[in-house]
Design a protein around this ligand. Structure first.
Ligand SMILES: [Fe+2]
Ligand SMILES: [Fe+2]
Length: 295
């Protein structure tokens, strides 16, 4: 999640590849799809995801589901219990961001659970890892989490550390990069930097979906921000009265997660060749329980 400040709101089985090169063409031609879901905000975000999953699985039959969970524990951070619940629901991998370490109880879990990643360009001494590889139906997906360096605290450059991260992935069919950043410029630059080398670069952190989803000329799916899975009735997840009070008074205000108008926001990336995307489309839908109430 971006910070709200008093002055302003800041913001196929495809053939396996190694280092971007195919090493075995035995499964070439099978289609793969990746559903990536933006920052889950609080319990309302978690429930919106879990209630939407059956609908999304029926509609899109995604090979992989990856979610950003940096705000899922009461709006800040993630706990082992919540991460376990997401993984038990079939989430293949969880990415994080600047709120990774808000909950102390997650530190050891980050080292032990291979399906959860924190930005790869954090310091090596910080808990957790920045890359993971998950497998489904014989397809191997590498997931890399990065943090922007503008207005966010990340010990090393995303642009140099991505090379190290990609080198750690080994034999894989696809790579998804979650670039968690405040500045649109850094995210767009990372998309171009990795175009043709990874399957997708998806931006997170601002909690607001952008209208620039596209497949870049080299075959990498890109969007500057997928948005959040949480309450649209608040201000990037926070109760709107509290956000407005903070901005009006310039005094400290205790923020709570809004529960108004929850939506799921994400993208679906379809692929028919290794390490390349055919399409990227936004998935923007109200929480199913709320949608049925309105009918
Ligand atoms: Fe976030
Ligand atoms: Fe964030």
């Amino acid at each position: 999640m971006a910070e709200i400040q008093a002055a302003a709101a800041e913001g196929s089985a495809a053939s396996p590849v190694h280092d971007g090169q195919p090493v075995d063409a035995s499964g070439a031609g099978r289609d793969v799809s990746i559903l990536f879901v933006g920052d889950l905000v609080g319990g309302i975000g978690r429930r919106t995801l879990l209630e939407s999953l059956p609908v999304l699985r029926e509609r899109y039959a995604p090979t992989f589901v990856v979610v950003n969970g940096e705000n899922v524990a009461g709006g800040l951070g993630i706990t082992p219990k919540i991460a376990d619940e997401l993984i038990a629901a079939g989430i293949d991998a969880i990415t994080l961001g600047n709120h990774t370490y808000h909950r102390r109880e997650i530190y050891r879990y980050l080292d032990a659970q291979p399906r959860i990643v924190r930005p790869a360009n954090f310091l090596r001494s910080q808990p957790g890892r920045g890359v993971c590889v998950v497998e489904r139906d014989g397809v191997r997906l590498g997931v890399v989490n990065l943090s922007g360096n503008l207005y966010l605290r990340a010990g090393r450059s995303a642009f140099t550390e991505i090379e190290v991260a990609l080198g750690e992935l080994g034999a894989i069919d696809h790579v998804l990069v979650d670039m968690h950043a405040e500045a649109t410029s850094e995210k767009i630059a990372m998309g171009w930097h990795l175009d043709g080398r990874v399957t997708a670069v998806v931006g997170t952190h601002t909690h607001v979906p952008t209208a620039d989803a596209r497949v870049l000329p080299g075959g990498t799916a890109y969007i500057t921000d997928v948005g959040m899975t949480g309450p649209r009735g608040g201000v990037i997840g926070v109760k709107r009265e509290q956000a407005i009070e903070s901005l009006l008074t310039q005094m400290p205000v205790r923020f709570e997660t809004s529960d108004e108008d929850p939506w799921l926001m994400g993208v679906l990336i379809r692929c028919s060749r290794p390490m390349r995307a055919e399409s990227i489309e936004q998935v923007l839908m109200p929480r199913p329980a709320d949608a049925s109430k309105e009918r």
